[in-house]
Design a protein around this ligand. Structure first.
Ligand code: NAP
Length: 259
């Protein structure tokens, strides 16, 4: 019997977790989930998991060799750009195949007042000179960009407390982990008298309710575009990526040994 296919899954997303869970009953595949270690209490699936950065492209290259990884699945968040660039470079260097498991970006309807921007700095600028009540849901890391627009009131929703503390004069922190229901998002935006939603085009369904809520309340949305994707094959569907991985495992099992 051949060894199972060793698959490194770069995670930090619900999708990566679901992929590991779905592969758990597949004997031909040995998944290893990798997390950056940013979230204090991450939800971990059963099975092999490693936590922490690899140490750049060189570190990941060494890891792929040392652990005899057969396939890398980049299932990081669409905005985890650095990890994706490193994965592509390390896989090219080691000739380990790479595939992306990600979400379809959201697309506006004809009547959506979306302002799509490339960076957090551009998003902060796009809120404008008049003080607004802003619902800001872009994660923790790029929040300091909004210190350049201190004249607004911010309702900031993150999983963990931003560190170091934000230098914003007027904000309220809401610590919560999605998914959130449409009803709750509508209520929150109404109670907080939100004028504008600032978020990332993260795609998928888990965090879409805020977009729909803003649409129903005619609240304008400033949306950060996802960075450009790689040349690796892209999968949006859990069953399709699982089938791809299992096919790779069977293909390897059918190859003559010692070649
Ligand atoms: P990033 O800018 O692309 O990555 C920064 C560094 O963090 C990487 O160079 C790498 O360190 C380490 N890293 C990132 N993902 C890793 C993983 N899955 N396993 C091991 N190391 C990893 O990423 P980020 O935007 O800081 O996001 C960090 C993590 O949070 C990602 O795993 C991502 O999936 C998740 N996440 C991000 C967002 C977002 O909006 N950016 C939202 C939700 C979840 P080394 O160079 O030392 O290897």
């Amino acid at each position: 019997m051949t060894d199972p296919l060793r698959v490194l899954i770069l995670g930090g997303t619900a999708q990566a977790r679901m992929l590991v869970e779905q592969l758990a009953s597949e004997p031909a595949v040995a998944p290893i989930l990798s997390l950056a270690g940013r979230t204090k209490n991450p939800l971990l699936p059963a099975g092999a998991c490693r936590i922490g950065g690899f140490g750049g492209i060189a570190g990941l290259t060494a890891y792929l060799r040392a652990h005899a990884i057969d396939l890398v699945i980049d299932a990081t968040h669409p905005f985890a750009e650095r990890m994706s660039v490193h994965a592509e470079a390390a896989c090219r260097e080691t000739r380990v195949p790479l595939a992306l498991f990600t979400r379809q970006p959201w697309t506006p309807t004809e009547s959506d007042p979306w302002n799509e921007v490339a960076t957090a700095q551009a998003a902060a600028l796009a809120i404008g000179p008049i003080p607004r009540r802003v619902f800001l849901t872009i994660g923790r890391l790029q929040l300091p960009a909004f210190e350049a627009a201190p004249h607004h009131h911010y309702l900031i929703r993150t999983i963990d407390t931003p560190e170091p503390a934000l230098k914003l004069p007027d904000y309220r922190l809401l610590l919560a982990r999605g998914p959130f229901s449409l009803e709750d998002e509508i209520r929150l935006m109404q109670v907080e008298k939100i004028d504008v939603l600032v978020t990332k085009n993260s795609g998928g369904e888990a965090t879409y309710a805020k977009i729909e809520a803003a649409r129903r309340l005619s609240i304008p949305v400033i949306l950060m575009r996802p960075p450009a994707s790689t040349n690796a094959p892209i999968f949006y569907d859990l069953d399709a990526i699982c089938a791809f991985i299992i096919e790779a495992a069977h293909q390897r099992a059918s190859e003559p040994r010692g070649v």
